[in-house]
Ligand binder design. Structure first.
Ligand code: GLU
Length: 296
Protein backbone atom coordinates (compact mmCIF):
# COMPACT_ATOMS: atom_id res chain seq x y z
CA UNK A 1 0.00 0.00 0.00
CA UNK A 2 1.33 3.39 -0.92
CA UNK A 3 2.21 5.74 1.93
CA UNK A 4 1.80 9.49 2.13
CA UNK A 5 4.00 12.10 3.79
CA UNK A 6 3.92 15.87 3.78
CA UNK A 7 5.78 19.10 4.39
CA UNK A 8 3.60 21.71 6.09
CA UNK A 9 5.33 25.10 6.33
CA UNK A 10 3.71 28.16 7.93
CA UNK A 11 4.19 31.14 5.60
CA UNK A 12 5.72 33.41 8.23
CA UNK A 13 8.82 34.02 6.08
CA UNK A 14 11.07 32.44 3.44
CA UNK A 15 12.42 28.93 4.02
CA UNK A 16 15.67 28.78 5.99
CA UNK A 17 18.14 25.97 6.45
CA UNK A 18 16.15 24.48 9.36
CA UNK A 19 13.07 24.24 7.16
CA UNK A 20 15.14 22.61 4.41
CA UNK A 21 16.11 19.84 6.84
CA UNK A 22 12.44 19.12 7.61
CA UNK A 23 11.38 19.30 3.97
CA UNK A 24 14.24 17.10 2.82
CA UNK A 25 13.83 14.47 5.55
CA UNK A 26 10.10 14.07 4.90
CA UNK A 27 10.65 14.03 1.12
CA UNK A 28 13.44 11.44 1.20
CA UNK A 29 11.77 9.19 3.73
CA UNK A 30 8.54 8.92 1.76
CA UNK A 31 10.13 8.79 -1.70
CA UNK A 32 12.47 6.01 -0.54
CA UNK A 33 9.30 3.99 0.15
CA UNK A 34 7.76 4.95 -3.20
CA UNK A 35 5.13 7.09 -1.43
CA UNK A 36 3.40 10.39 -2.15
CA UNK A 37 4.80 13.68 -0.84
CA UNK A 38 2.35 16.53 -0.30
CA UNK A 39 2.88 20.19 0.47
CA UNK A 40 0.42 22.03 2.68
CA UNK A 41 0.66 25.73 3.44
CA UNK A 42 -0.40 26.30 7.05
CA UNK A 43 -1.72 29.83 6.63
CA UNK A 44 -4.02 29.82 9.63
CA UNK A 45 -2.70 32.83 11.47
CA UNK A 46 -2.72 35.91 9.21
CA UNK A 47 -1.19 38.29 11.79
CA UNK A 48 1.99 36.15 11.85
CA UNK A 49 2.22 35.72 8.08
CA UNK A 50 4.46 37.51 5.60
CA UNK A 51 2.79 38.61 2.37
CA UNK A 52 4.26 36.64 -0.54
CA UNK A 53 5.87 33.98 1.68
CA UNK A 54 3.74 31.10 0.36
CA UNK A 55 4.77 31.78 -3.22
CA UNK A 56 8.40 32.14 -2.19
CA UNK A 57 8.33 28.87 -0.25
CA UNK A 58 6.89 26.95 -3.22
CA UNK A 59 9.39 28.50 -5.63
CA UNK A 60 12.23 27.59 -3.28
CA UNK A 61 11.09 23.96 -3.05
CA UNK A 62 10.97 23.82 -6.83
CA UNK A 63 14.46 25.29 -7.15
CA UNK A 64 15.70 22.62 -4.76
CA UNK A 65 13.95 20.06 -7.00
CA UNK A 66 11.69 18.99 -4.14
CA UNK A 67 8.62 18.36 -6.29
CA UNK A 68 5.34 17.50 -4.60
CA UNK A 69 2.38 15.38 -5.71
CA UNK A 70 -1.04 16.82 -6.45
CA UNK A 71 -1.96 20.40 -5.74
CA UNK A 72 -0.86 22.45 -2.78
CA UNK A 73 -3.42 22.67 0.01
CA UNK A 74 -3.93 25.99 1.82
CA UNK A 75 -5.37 25.87 5.32
CA UNK A 76 -6.95 29.30 4.84
CA UNK A 77 -9.35 27.65 2.38
CA UNK A 78 -10.41 24.83 4.67
CA UNK A 79 -12.17 26.55 7.55
CA UNK A 80 -15.40 24.64 6.91
CA UNK A 81 -13.60 21.33 7.53
CA UNK A 82 -12.11 22.61 10.79
CA UNK A 83 -15.49 23.91 11.93
CA UNK A 84 -17.04 20.47 11.31
CA UNK A 85 -14.38 18.88 13.51
CA UNK A 86 -15.01 21.44 16.28
CA UNK A 87 -18.76 20.82 16.06
CA UNK A 88 -18.20 17.06 16.28
CA UNK A 89 -16.00 17.47 19.36
CA UNK A 90 -18.52 19.79 21.03
CA UNK A 91 -21.33 17.34 20.24
CA UNK A 92 -19.42 14.48 21.83
CA UNK A 93 -18.58 16.70 24.82
CA UNK A 94 -14.91 16.15 24.19
CA UNK A 95 -14.45 19.90 23.85
CA UNK A 96 -16.11 22.91 25.47
CA UNK A 97 -16.27 26.69 25.08
CA UNK A 98 -13.99 28.70 27.33
CA UNK A 99 -14.06 32.40 27.99
CA UNK A 100 -11.16 32.76 30.40
CA UNK A 101 -8.90 35.68 29.62
CA UNK A 102 -5.13 35.50 30.03
CA UNK A 103 -5.45 37.75 33.01
CA UNK A 104 -8.00 35.53 34.75
CA UNK A 105 -5.91 32.44 34.11
CA UNK A 106 -2.81 34.17 35.39
CA UNK A 107 -4.64 35.14 38.60
CA UNK A 108 -5.64 31.51 39.11
CA UNK A 109 -2.15 30.21 38.25
CA UNK A 110 -3.67 28.41 35.27
CA UNK A 111 -1.75 30.04 32.46
CA UNK A 112 0.72 27.21 31.78
CA UNK A 113 -1.77 24.41 32.38
CA UNK A 114 -5.45 25.22 32.13
CA UNK A 115 -7.41 24.23 35.24
CA UNK A 116 -10.66 23.27 33.48
CA UNK A 117 -12.64 26.17 34.94
CA UNK A 118 -15.05 26.58 32.01
CA UNK A 119 -15.62 22.84 31.77
CA UNK A 120 -17.47 23.13 35.08
CA UNK A 121 -18.70 26.73 34.71
CA UNK A 122 -19.94 27.00 31.11
CA UNK A 123 -19.85 30.52 29.67
CA UNK A 124 -23.14 32.28 28.98
CA UNK A 125 -24.53 31.81 25.46
CA UNK A 126 -23.30 34.46 23.04
CA UNK A 127 -20.05 35.14 24.90
CA UNK A 128 -16.90 35.37 22.81
CA UNK A 129 -15.15 32.11 23.56
CA UNK A 130 -12.30 29.87 22.62
CA UNK A 131 -12.85 26.11 22.41
CA UNK A 132 -10.76 23.68 24.42
CA UNK A 133 -10.36 19.95 23.83
CA UNK A 134 -10.24 17.65 26.83
CA UNK A 135 -6.81 16.24 27.62
CA UNK A 136 -7.16 12.89 29.40
CA UNK A 137 -5.94 12.27 32.90
CA UNK A 138 -3.74 9.28 32.08
CA UNK A 139 -0.27 8.48 30.80
CA UNK A 140 0.10 8.84 27.04
CA UNK A 141 2.95 7.51 24.96
CA UNK A 142 3.99 6.97 21.38
CA UNK A 143 6.88 5.42 19.59
CA UNK A 144 8.82 7.93 17.52
CA UNK A 145 10.64 6.36 14.56
CA UNK A 146 13.77 8.39 15.36
CA UNK A 147 13.54 9.35 19.02
CA UNK A 148 12.16 6.06 20.34
CA UNK A 149 9.47 5.73 22.98
CA UNK A 150 8.12 9.01 24.37
CA UNK A 151 6.14 8.84 27.58
CA UNK A 152 3.89 11.61 28.88
CA UNK A 153 2.79 10.75 32.43
CA UNK A 154 -0.63 11.93 33.59
CA UNK A 155 0.27 15.44 34.57
CA UNK A 156 -1.81 18.30 35.92
CA UNK A 157 0.70 20.45 33.97
CA UNK A 158 -0.91 19.40 30.69
CA UNK A 159 -4.38 20.82 30.72
CA UNK A 160 -7.25 20.98 28.24
CA UNK A 161 -5.91 22.79 25.19
CA UNK A 162 -7.18 25.38 22.75
CA UNK A 163 -8.42 24.20 19.35
CA UNK A 164 -10.23 27.41 18.44
CA UNK A 165 -8.82 30.73 19.55
CA UNK A 166 -10.79 33.44 21.26
CA UNK A 167 -9.60 35.89 18.60
CA UNK A 168 -11.48 33.85 16.00
CA UNK A 169 -8.70 31.68 14.47
CA UNK A 170 -8.54 27.90 14.33
CA UNK A 171 -5.59 26.51 16.27
CA UNK A 172 -2.69 24.66 14.64
CA UNK A 173 -3.35 21.54 16.77
CA UNK A 174 -6.78 21.09 15.26
CA UNK A 175 -6.08 21.99 11.64
CA UNK A 176 -3.00 19.79 11.43
CA UNK A 177 -4.84 16.61 12.42
CA UNK A 178 -7.92 17.35 10.32
CA UNK A 179 -5.72 17.83 7.27
CA UNK A 180 -3.45 14.86 7.91
CA UNK A 181 -6.55 12.66 8.13
CA UNK A 182 -8.34 14.21 5.18
CA UNK A 183 -5.24 14.06 2.97
CA UNK A 184 -4.47 10.46 3.91
CA UNK A 185 -1.12 11.32 5.52
CA UNK A 186 0.10 8.23 7.33
CA UNK A 187 3.74 9.16 7.96
CA UNK A 188 4.72 12.44 9.55
CA UNK A 189 8.37 13.51 9.51
CA UNK A 190 8.99 16.95 11.03
CA UNK A 191 11.17 18.93 13.42
CA UNK A 192 11.53 17.86 17.05
CA UNK A 193 10.29 21.26 18.20
CA UNK A 194 6.83 19.72 17.63
CA UNK A 195 7.46 16.42 19.38
CA UNK A 196 5.65 17.39 22.59
CA UNK A 197 2.61 18.50 20.60
CA UNK A 198 2.20 14.96 19.30
CA UNK A 199 0.30 13.57 22.33
CA UNK A 200 -2.26 16.39 22.06
CA UNK A 201 -2.65 15.67 18.37
CA UNK A 202 -3.10 11.98 19.10
CA UNK A 203 -5.75 12.82 21.70
CA UNK A 204 -7.68 14.75 19.05
CA UNK A 205 -7.28 11.90 16.55
CA UNK A 206 -8.76 9.51 19.11
CA UNK A 207 -11.58 11.91 20.04
CA UNK A 208 -12.52 12.14 16.36
CA UNK A 209 -12.00 8.47 15.47
CA UNK A 210 -9.17 9.28 13.03
CA UNK A 211 -6.13 7.17 12.11
CA UNK A 212 -2.90 8.01 13.88
CA UNK A 213 0.04 8.38 11.48
CA UNK A 214 3.54 7.24 12.43
CA UNK A 215 5.77 10.07 13.65
CA UNK A 216 9.49 10.73 13.16
CA UNK A 217 10.94 13.91 14.65
CA UNK A 218 14.30 15.06 13.34
CA UNK A 219 16.57 17.16 15.57
CA UNK A 220 16.27 20.91 15.04
CA UNK A 221 19.09 23.35 14.43
CA UNK A 222 19.70 25.90 17.12
CA UNK A 223 21.91 28.96 17.34
CA UNK A 224 24.53 29.50 20.07
CA UNK A 225 21.83 30.60 22.49
CA UNK A 226 20.04 27.30 21.99
CA UNK A 227 17.16 28.93 20.11
CA UNK A 228 15.60 27.15 17.16
CA UNK A 229 16.46 28.68 13.79
CA UNK A 230 13.42 30.66 12.78
CA UNK A 231 12.32 33.99 11.47
CA UNK A 232 12.24 35.23 15.08
CA UNK A 233 15.91 34.33 15.55
CA UNK A 234 16.80 35.94 12.20
CA UNK A 235 17.66 32.72 10.38
CA UNK A 236 18.93 33.53 6.90
CA UNK A 237 16.71 32.54 3.97
CA UNK A 238 18.04 29.69 1.83
CA UNK A 239 20.22 30.87 -1.02
CA UNK A 240 18.84 30.15 -4.50
CA UNK A 241 22.17 30.57 -6.24
CA UNK A 242 22.80 27.29 -8.17
CA UNK A 243 26.12 26.36 -6.54
CA UNK A 244 24.71 27.24 -3.11
CA UNK A 245 21.66 25.07 -3.73
CA UNK A 246 23.97 22.10 -4.20
CA UNK A 247 26.04 23.02 -1.15
CA UNK A 248 23.01 23.48 1.09
CA UNK A 249 21.55 20.15 -0.05
CA UNK A 250 24.87 18.47 0.58
CA UNK A 251 25.17 19.97 4.05
CA UNK A 252 21.58 19.04 4.91
CA UNK A 253 22.16 15.43 3.82
CA UNK A 254 25.33 15.22 5.88
CA UNK A 255 23.56 16.63 8.98
CA UNK A 256 20.80 14.06 8.50
CA UNK A 257 23.49 11.39 8.82
CA UNK A 258 23.39 10.38 5.16
CA UNK A 259 26.75 10.08 3.48
CA UNK A 260 26.69 11.91 0.18
CA UNK A 261 29.45 10.82 -2.22
CA UNK A 262 32.63 12.91 -2.30
CA UNK A 263 31.91 14.19 -5.81
CA UNK A 264 28.39 15.24 -4.76
CA UNK A 265 29.14 18.94 -5.25
CA UNK A 266 29.45 18.25 -8.97
CA UNK A 267 26.05 16.58 -9.12
CA UNK A 268 22.98 18.53 -10.11
CA UNK A 269 20.34 18.86 -7.38
CA UNK A 270 18.23 16.26 -9.28
CA UNK A 271 21.09 13.77 -9.34
CA UNK A 272 21.97 14.39 -5.71
CA UNK A 273 18.34 13.92 -4.61
CA UNK A 274 18.00 10.77 -6.66
CA UNK A 275 21.17 9.42 -4.99
CA UNK A 276 19.74 10.42 -1.61
CA UNK A 277 16.40 8.67 -2.23
CA UNK A 278 18.18 5.47 -3.24
CA UNK A 279 20.49 5.54 -0.19
CA UNK A 280 18.14 7.00 2.41
CA UNK A 281 18.39 5.50 5.86
CA UNK A 282 16.23 6.87 8.67
CA UNK A 283 18.36 4.89 11.12
CA UNK A 284 21.29 7.16 10.36
CA UNK A 285 19.45 10.35 11.32
CA UNK A 286 20.97 11.45 14.65
CA UNK A 287 18.79 10.89 17.69
CA UNK A 288 18.22 13.85 20.01
CA UNK A 289 16.00 16.88 19.89
CA UNK A 290 18.62 19.33 18.67
CA UNK A 291 21.68 19.17 16.43
CA UNK A 292 25.03 20.37 17.68
CA UNK A 293 24.82 24.11 17.92
CA UNK A 294 25.29 26.20 14.83
CA UNK A 295 25.29 29.89 14.21
CA UNK A 296 22.05 31.14 12.76
N1 GLU B 1 3.30 24.44 10.24
C1 GLU B 1 4.17 23.90 11.23
C2 GLU B 1 5.47 24.69 11.25
O1 GLU B 1 5.79 25.34 10.26
C3 GLU B 1 4.52 22.45 10.99
C4 GLU B 1 3.39 21.56 11.23
C5 GLU B 1 3.72 20.08 11.23
O2 GLU B 1 4.65 19.64 10.55
O3 GLU B 1 3.00 19.35 11.89
O4 GLU B 1 6.16 24.66 12.24
Amino acid sequence: MSCTGRFAPSPTGPLHFGSLLAALASYLDIRAQGGRWLVRIEDLDPPREMPGASKLILETLEQFQLHWDGSVVYQSQRHALYQQAIDALLDKQLAYPCQCSRKQMQQRGALQAYDGYCRFHPPAAGAQTSVRAIYPDRTLSFNDRIQGERIYPADPGRGDFVIFRRDGFFAYQLAVIVDDEEQGVDQVVRGADLIDETPRQQVLQQHLGYHTPSYAHIPVLTNHEGQKLSKQTFAEPLSLEPLQIRQQLHRALALLGQRPPADAFELSPEALLSWAVRHWSLDRVPRGLTFVQETG
